[in-house]
Design a protein around this ligand. Structure first.
Ligand code: SF4
Length: 338
């Protein structure tokens, strides 16, 4: 039986890596796949020089053909607006470019964030790490030791967060190696993975990944990153099922984005769909003011109005917390709703 599981795991493993190798990187191809004539948008394509285009095909399948304003397409479509250098929009809005060890951020006292992998399967145009110096923070196995020594030397750290890029860009074998070393540090109790990869390539949830998370001494959780209910399709729901069956707690965080989900009905629908499929709405983040993406920003007064409308519809346990991350603060800052 274990041999069969390994074989199935390898097949699926191969399949997610094939999807990864097959992502669409040309905006013209992207629009043609959606039956949108690319000629009218040529001028926007130049923004790929600022941040490359990467869109997995399973994610494109969920976009509505012929609709340039599709909320999933809006998240990945390069725009000439990205060349605007608006005041207050920075390359490092959260002051993350100083790490305590290669690949390791220590923003909050009891938690550290490991940049497990530099790249992502999808490049979201609003990403606050679109300018992050990944080249300086891509440790291999030998170079992770400095980060592991830092965690071992800081007894206040009870939780390690795997981030990126996207941590699930790492192979299951690499994750197993890293998890084993973190398990050996007695004061670490929890492991959290923040990932968008299974949303855009559901095959990434392999049997080996489920085993790794459910059999770890650490209490492991996954926080998905989903912004719109249209991102949740049958393939994603089926892929998540083994994690639910293995009782791995699943959460979701969204970013409030103009033209994508800045509407209470859209966000209520997202919360309902997530909960129906065993994923707890967790955070609704205010946009982080990153240079090149100001056109996604939603004013705080509008965000408060949207969230108050949601409160009038949803039970409390379906409400994500509206928060803003402020560089240097000891935790995420809740937004005052009055
Ligand atoms: S998946 Fe996350 S880290 Fe990667 S580009 Fe999108 S928002 Fe940024």
């Amino acid at each position: 039986m274990p041999q069969i599981i390994t074989q199935i795991s390898e097949q699926l493993h191969t399949s997610w890596q094939k999807e990864l190798a097959n992502v669409v990187t040309d905006p013209k191809t992207l629009l043609e796949m959606l039956d949108i004539a690319p000629q009218a948008y040529q001028d926007h394509f130049k923004a790929r020089k600022l941040f490359p285009v990467r869109v997995p095909r399973p994610f494109i399948k969920r976009m509505k053909k012929g609709d340039i304003n599709d909320p999933l397409l809006t998240q990945v479509m390069p725009l000439r607006d990205e060349f605007d250098l608006s005041d207050g929009y920075l390359t490092d809005p959260l002051q993350e470019h100083d790490t305590v060890a290669e690949g390791l951020l220590h923003k909050y006292r009891h938690r550290v964030l490991m940049i497990v992998k530099a790249g992502c399967a999808v490049n979201c145009r609003y990403c606050f790490r679109r300018h992050f110096p990944y080249a300086d923070n891509s440790p291999n196995k030998a170079r992770w030791q400095q980060a592991l020594d830092y965690i071992a030397g800081h007894k206040e750290i009870s939780e390690v967060i795997f981030s990126g890029g996207d941590p699930l860009m790492a192979s299951d074998e690499h994750l197993a190696w890293l998890i084993e070393r973190i398990e050996a540090i007695p004061h670490v109790k929890r492991l959290r993975l923040h990932s968008r990869l299974p949303v855009v390539i559901p095959q990434r949830i392999t049997p080996m990944l489920v085993n790794l998370l459910s059999n770890s001494r650490l209490k492991a959780t996954i926080v998905f990153h989903i912004n719109h209910a249209n991102e949740v399709d049958e393939t994603f729901i089926s892929a998540v099922e083994p994690l639910r069956a293995a009782r791995v707690p699943l959460f979701n965080q969204s970013v409030l984005l103009k033209g994508v989900n800045d509407n209470s009905q859209v966000l209520c629908r997202l919360s309902e769909v997530l909960f129906d499929n065993g994923i707890q709405p967790y955070y609704l983040h205010m946009f982080d003011p990153v240079q090149g993406a100001a056109h996604f920003d939603v004013k705080e007064e509008d965000a408060v109005k949207i969230v108050n409308e949601m409160l009038a519809v949803l039970p409390g346990f379906l409400m994500p917390k509206l928060v803003r991350e402020i560089a240097g603060e000891a935790n995420k800052t809740p937004i005052n709703l009055t």
